[in-house]
Design a protein around this ligand. Structure first.
Ligand code: FE
Length: 130
């Protein structure tokens, strides 16, 4: 995979303020506010920053959390993981493997078959409808 590596000064020009805050500064959109929370359209969710394929609508489910939730990424190497100890919690951050955009976190209370819940900010995603 060819990495996308741009300085924040460039991302700042390419993204809206809200997109930059979440994708590049790792903030979180308020729950139940994102455009894809309840979306049931078929397609592929791509990275807002670089277009990398991240999740299929086939693995999306309603977790009740207020954020779009998936039980697995579309390809194993679409995303990468980092330990996140901010806010006094131990969480696993999910990032775009191609451009390092912050996507959200993964938890182990998801449905079968993986038992994982990828809890992802809508604003980090772009749905390509099929
Ligand atoms: Fe990306």
């Amino acid at each position: 995979m060819d990495k996308v590596d741009k300085p924040n000064s460039q991302w700042k020009q390419e993204l809206s303020d809200e997109e930059f805050d979440v994708c590049r500064m790792k903030s979180t959109e308020p729950p139940f506010t994102g455009k894809y929370t309840y979306c049931k359209d078929d397609g592929i969710y791509r990275c807002k920053c670089c277009g990398n394929e991240l999740f299929s609508s086939k693995t999306k489910y309603d977790s009740g959390s207020g954020w779009p939730s998936f039980w697995e990424p579309i390809h194993k190497d679409s995303v990468k993981y980092e330990k996140d100890q901010s806010y006094g919690m131990l969480r696993v951050e999910v990032m775009c493997a191609k451009c390092d955009a912050h996507l959200g976190h993964v938890f182990e209370d998801g449905p079968k078959p993986t038992g994982n819940r990828f809890c992802i900010n809508s604003i980090s995603l772009n749905l390509e409808k099929s």
